[in-house]
Write a protein that binds this ligand. Structure first.
Ligand code: GAF
Length: 398
């Protein structure tokens, strides 16, 4: 079995600051850190003004930074061969490409690209080195972790308290992704990467921007969260995600609603177009499932959680059409092997599943999924054990 290790934060910090000095011949000043996430319920609901219930992973991304006085920006990663070098002006939309655009975009969004009415930060030239234990392309938000780690580091470098700057950090990292990278995502990933509280899930409401943390009662129920990375790569800049978003917007338009948040189940079923009807059915049902999932966790109602996870997976497989055979196999096998519930998680088209598993069944469930993948001739998956972690932070290291 392959387990993806979150890394010991103290070890990562030592390794990263050492590597920074080697890479740039000078010590780092600040290190920012932000987690990946796994969503427990509410998929493709964020851009429909809906509800989501993600958890921050113990797996995180760290960004070590040092100020430069010549306006040059150099971005490198311990996990990527190719680095990026440009000027602050090149961090604007149309400048950086590839993985470094997620980091460069944040510098732009906090600085020159600050929205009207917001005070732009005086972002200096920077040397940046990234280290991460969030698997890339696994639907676990390695992008948001990268954006939020860089943003937290820059805020702290400029003397801002990260906790007091959460709104600004979320706003800037969302715009880095939508406007600089060009991925039409909805904001859940940055919201939880910044706002998560250790040991709890975060209920985010995109209709009014409110949030509250939710005690899942996992310990009391003897349950663990098992994430399975199918290693079928998922990319949010590929067409599938954007097409789903366009379908939802079209469905809302045809129903005369501002968004699918304002649509009820009957209205969704009244859509003539079969594809749009199924898309709307998923979103409307999924928002309702988030409410019920919070209630079921709070009440410790395991049978209800099992039904909700399964209904959500079936809805994503059949109505929203974002699953794939490997995700279906992971979900089906997890439940057969004793999980209380399982569903695919994240944007879809590959990526990961999440299962609620009795503590003493975690290894058995992971092993059963591995065996199923072998039988199906699929690439062996990797598993992550998830203790809900806290959101973005930064510390001075000089
Ligand atoms: C991706 C996006 F980035 C999120 O905004 C969200 O829409 C998710 O897919 C699906 O729930 O992670």
């Amino acid at each position: 079995m392959t387990w993806t290790d979150p890394g010991d934060p103290a070890d990562v910090l030592t390794r990263l600051t050492g590597a920074f000095e080697t890479a740039y011949d000078a010590p780092a000043e600040v290190v920012g850190r932000a987690p990946g996430r796994v969503n427990l319920m509410g998929e493709h609901t964020d851009y429909n003004d809906g509800l989501v219930l993600p958890v921050a992973l113990p797996h995180a991304t760290w960004a070590a930074v040092r100020r430069r006085d010549d306006g040059v920006v150099r971005i490198r990663s311990r996990q990527q061969e190719q680095g990026w070098e440009g000027t602050l002006a090149d961090c604007a939309p149309g400048g950086a490409t590839g993985w470094a655009a997620y980091a460069a975009g944040v510098l732009w969004a906090l600085g020159a690209g600050a929205p009207p009415g917001a005070e732009p930060l005086d972002v200096p030239g920077l040397d940046v080195l990234i280290d991460s234990t969030v698997p890339v392309g696994a639907g676990l938000s390695s992008s948001a972790a990268l954006e939020c780690a860089v943003g937290a580091a820059v805020l702290a470098l400029l003397g801002h308290d990260v906790d007091d700057s959460r709104e600004r950090l979320v706003e800037a990292t969302v715009r880095a992704e939508t406007e600089v990278v060009g991925a039409p995502t909805g904001g859940m990933d940055q919201g939880v990467a910044v706002g998560a509280e250790p040991g709890r899930a975060l209920l985010l409401d995109f209709a009014d921007g409110s949030s509250r943390s939710v005690d899942l009662g996992l310990g009391a129920a003897g349950l663990a969260l098992l994430v399975t990375d199918t290693r079928v790569s998922h990319e949010l800049v590929d067409g599938g995600y954007g097409q789903r978003r366009a379908d939802c917007e079209e469905a809302a338009r045809l129903l005369g609603a501002r968004s699918l948040r304002d649509v009820g189940p009957r209205e969704a079923e009244s859509l003539d177009d079969e594809r749009l009807r199924r898309r709307a059915r998923h979103v409307v049902g999924e928002i309702e499932r988030v409410r019920h999932t919070v209630e079921a966790f709070t009440a410790g109602d395991l049978p209800a959680l099992g039904r909700l996870f399964l209904a959500s997976h079936v809805s994503m497989r059949d109505d929203f059409e974002i699953s794939c055979p490997e995700l279906d196999a992971a979900v089906e096998t997890a439940v057969e092997a004793g999980a209380v519930g399982a569903r695919m998680t994240g944007g879809g088209f590959g990526g990961s599943s999440v299962a609620l598993v009795p503590e003493d069944r975690v290894d058995a469930v992971a092993r059963a999924i591995d065996l199923r993948f072998v039988r199906d001739g699929a690439t062996p998956p990797a598993h992550l054990r998830v203790e809900p972690a806290g959101g973005a932070s930064a510390q001075r290291v000089d």
